[in-house]
Design a binder for this molecule. Structure first.
Ligand code: PLP
Length: 407
């Protein structure tokens, strides 16, 4: 059997949430029961036509699906290689793919009779998406956010507050995403009867990685249908940035069993691949357990989690989702990285050539398209997942590029 056929026949994840040797459920005893309850409710919802109908209703009427698959004509022409299509998740309500998952989990929380939702957030996009669906469904909402991130992403803190959420700054450790996750888990253990934890990426203990992936697979399902309509053939290459991995697995999933379609995930190369200067887990990471799951992790020789760096807060995390670890090790997907400088250059290039200001996270995927397209033939097709829009990054980029206000 070929590697791809063998891959396709494997049932992942298994009943315990294992993707090959990755994934699983590594949590304190107090969280085992809540996770089992969530798992049972999630799989009931997945089989329930009424739940699926409600989800599609809000996805189309509130969130703004389907998103266009847009041919980037000027970028394609300038690079002189493969045709580049952009999957426009940046056009969704609240400005990123995150709301696909936040909405799905809020619907589950309602079904479970929960009156309160909590979430962690890094750049604030997942916090805003969660605060938004909480307002829409009348749920109480608390968002944990590292104190450093609160400062870096003040705009999103104000948005969450305006939407009625309480934002709790976390002052422990590095004061960023990892500490916010710890705090959210602590809250969940204490208030589990009333509260659902809306985790924001395809990471964490089972069932989160499979559940979050399934709420985002709509991205790839749409893209597959759209490219067949527009080009009458499958694409040659998919490119997506990888933080925890939710937008990437959402795009990839519909194409996993199409061996002619290459899958490329792009991690944050930061200042370059030196310890503590990047967040490219497949370039310097090793097998370990962090925050509920087994995967590739940036850690030192003693298993201490290393500091990470990226210009984009959404990719700045020491571990990667277990399904990506599996796709990496079985060879179905490849993982590369873009540095801060390459992402900034791609950010400006897309703005100037296409009239689209991408999120800094998404700019990492655009950077890889800029690198790869010229090496491909004009009859080949690349789809880039534009996971979010760049409004949140405008002041940071302006400062880096020394843009001045006209006087
Ligand atoms: C959060 C975020 C990401 C990274 O998260 P994934 O789970 O890896 O998708 C990427 N792009 C945008 C715009 C984000 O907000």
């Amino acid at each position: 059997m070929s590697a791809v056929a063998e891959f396709a026949s494997a049932q992942v994840p298994d009943m315990e949430g294992h993707f090959g040797p990755f994934g699983g459920r590594y949590v304190p005893e107090t969280l085992v029961h809540p996770l089992q309850e969530l798992e049972a409710e999630y799989f009931r919802c997945q089989q329930d036509p009424k739940f699926q109908e409600e989800l599609s209703y809000y996805l189309s009427e509130f969130v703004g699906r389907p998103t266009p698959l847009y041919l980037a004509e000027r970028l394609t022409r300038e690079l002189g290689g493969a045709k580049i299509y952009l999957k426009r998740e940046d056009l969704l309500h609240t400005g990123a793919h995150k709301i696909n998952n936040a909405l799905g989990q809020a619907l589950i929380a309602k079904r479970m009779g929960k009156t309160r939702v909590i979430a962690e957030t890094g750049a604030g996009q997942h916090g805003v998406a969660t605060a938004t669906v909480a307002a829409m469904f009348g749920l109480q909402c608390v968002i944990y956010m590292g104190a450093v991130d609160c400062e870096r992403q003040a705009l999103n803190v104000y948005r969450m507050k305006m939407l009625g959420a309480e934002v709790v700054p976390v002052h422990a450790g590095q004061k960023t995403l990892k500490e916010a996750v710890n705090e959210a888990m602590r809250d969940w253990v204490t208030h589990v009867r009333s509260t659902h934890y809306i985790l924001g990426t395809a990471y964490g203990a089972h069932p989160y990685p499979v559940m979050v992936r399934n709420f985002h697979r709509v991205i790839g399902d749409e893209a597959r249908r759209q490219i067949l309509e527009q080009e009458s053939r499958l694409p040659d290459l998919l490119i997506a940035c990888v933080g925890g991995g939710s937008n990437a697995i959402g795009l990839f999933y519909a194409f996993l069993n199409d061996p002619s379609v290459r899958l490329c995930g792009v991690e944050a190369g930061g200042h370059g691949i030196q310890p503590e200067q990047h967040a490219a887990r497949f370039h310097g990471g090793s097998l370990g357990v962090l925050q509920g799951t087994r995967s590739y992790i940036l850690q030192d020789a003693h298993g201490q989690i290393q500091l990470t760096h990226s210009v984009s807060a959404g990719l700045d995390y020491a571990a990667v989702g277990p399904e990506h670890a599996w796709l990496h090790d079985n060879g179905r997907a490849e993982y590369t990285y873009a540095t801060d400088d390459q992402a900034l250059e791609a950010f400006m290039r897309l703005a100037r050539l296409e009239g689209i200001i991408p999120a800094l996270e998404s700019s990492h995927a655009v950077a890889e398209a800029i690198r790869r397209a010229p090496t491909m033939r004009p009859d080949q097709i690349v789809i880039v997942n534009l996971s979010g829009r760049g409004d949140k990054d405008v002041s940071q980029v302006a400062a880096k590029l020394n843009l001045r206000m006209p006087v």
